[in-house]
Design a protein around this ligand. Structure first.
Ligand code: PEP
Ligand code: MN
Length: 333
């Protein structure tokens, strides 16, 4: 249920509605909004009577919210969420370009790539220090040493850092170093990790699970907002299908639905979606044309030697060309 207050509702009337909601054993969550005060009702056990709220002074409307996700929905918050990361604004008319290697491999590697992607126009730097790998024998990341390298990269280039918290155990350390904490596809339904992210003050980049429906993805984001952290960036990174011509299938139409359903920024990761360098640029262009709020692209200076995801990493000059193309597409839009 969403209670919309009249424009001239007094603070006392708003407080009275909140108290009424809490008396019924529910949580009242005032929703920020320019032209109206709205109060979301959470944790209700069943349907609530709109007539009860409509009878309270100052109440304009009481709208039943039919979707299972509440705080992430446009019904609760019609205006788009903007997320500020240092000087960078993500969402709502702003386009963000996150680029970097799959993993931090060394200071020289991370710094070299960061300098070139910044030169091309990236706004944020990505690189994993804790890597989710299919095989336990594959490179697992430099861990805290990798995070320290990322801090040096930020100090030198000024680019904010996006990096993954692989589990609950490492969330604290990742949060301490990162500007944006990534939750990977395999962890999209790791509920204790989502709850921990909900208590964080840092923005969270939440990837869509390999086989997650849009509803499941939005419900995962709901966990984070319900915990108190409203700064969530959704990232479509391809889902698993019967296709073998690419690593995953980039579900671009999901973006259109999510933008309609949710006020949160939505970006696309064409690298994990395709897994193939030759598909990354065309799919990036398609995503930009579809109106995403940003891209997260893997770039490596020596992809043949990369310790992870080399075959899908763009060469720096390819990324540079992509940046020019993005500008042209955005100009047309
Ligand atoms: C990554 O961003 O490097 C990564 C492992 O992504 P995903 O969780 O989407 O597989
Ligand atoms: Mn990767």
């Amino acid at each position: 249920m969403l209670i919309v207050m009249k424009q001239q509702a007094t603070p006392d009337q708003i407080d009275a509605v909140i108290a009424d909601i809490e008396r019924q054993g529910c949580t009242a969550r005032p929703i920020p909004g320019g032209e109206r005060v709205a109060i979301g009702v959470l944790h209700n056990k069943g349907a609530m009577a709109a007539a009860h709220f409509l009878a309270l002074p100052g109440v304009k409307d009481a709208i039943a919210v039919t979707k299972p996700y509440k705080l992430v929905s446009r019904e609760f918050q019609p205006s788009a969420t903007r997320i500020q990361v240092g000087e960078v604004t993500i969402g709502d008319g702003h386009f963000s370009l996150i680029a970097g290697p799959c993993a931090v491999e060394s200071e020289t590697q991370a710094m070299t790539i960061a300098r070139t992607v910044r030169q091309s126009g990236a706004n944020l730097f990505r690189a994993g220090a804790f890597k989710p790998r299919t095989s336990p024998y594959s490179f697992q990341g430099l861990k805290e040493e990798g995070l320290k390298i990322l801090v040096k990269v930020r100090e030198e280039t000024g680019l904010p850092i996006v990096t993954e918290a692989l589990d609950h155990e490492v969330f604290d350390v990742v949060e301490a170093y990162a500007d944006v904490v990534q939750i990977g596809a395999r962890n999209m339904q790791n509920y204790s990790l989502l709850r921990r992210a909900g208590r964080s003050k840092k923005p969270i980049l939440l990837k869509r699970g390999l086989s997650a429906t849009i509803e499941e993805w939005l419900m995962a984001a709901e966990y984070i907002l319900e915990g108190g952290n409203t700064q969530v960036i959704l990232c479509e990174r391809g889902v698993r299908t019967f296709a073998h011509h690419s690593r995953n299938t980039l579900d671009l139409s999901a973006i259109l639905v999510v933008v309609k359903e949710s006020h949160l920024p939505v970006i696309v990761d064409p690298s994990h979606a395709t897994g193939r360098r030759d598909q990354v640029i065309p799919m990036s262009r398609a995503a930009v044309a579809a109106g995403v709020h940003g891209l997260m692209v893997e770039v490596h200076n020596q992809p043949e030697q990369a310790l992870s995801d080399g075959p899908q990493s763009l060469y720096p000059e390819q990324f540079d060309a992509l940046c020019t193309q993005i500008q042209s597409i955005r100009a047309i839009l």
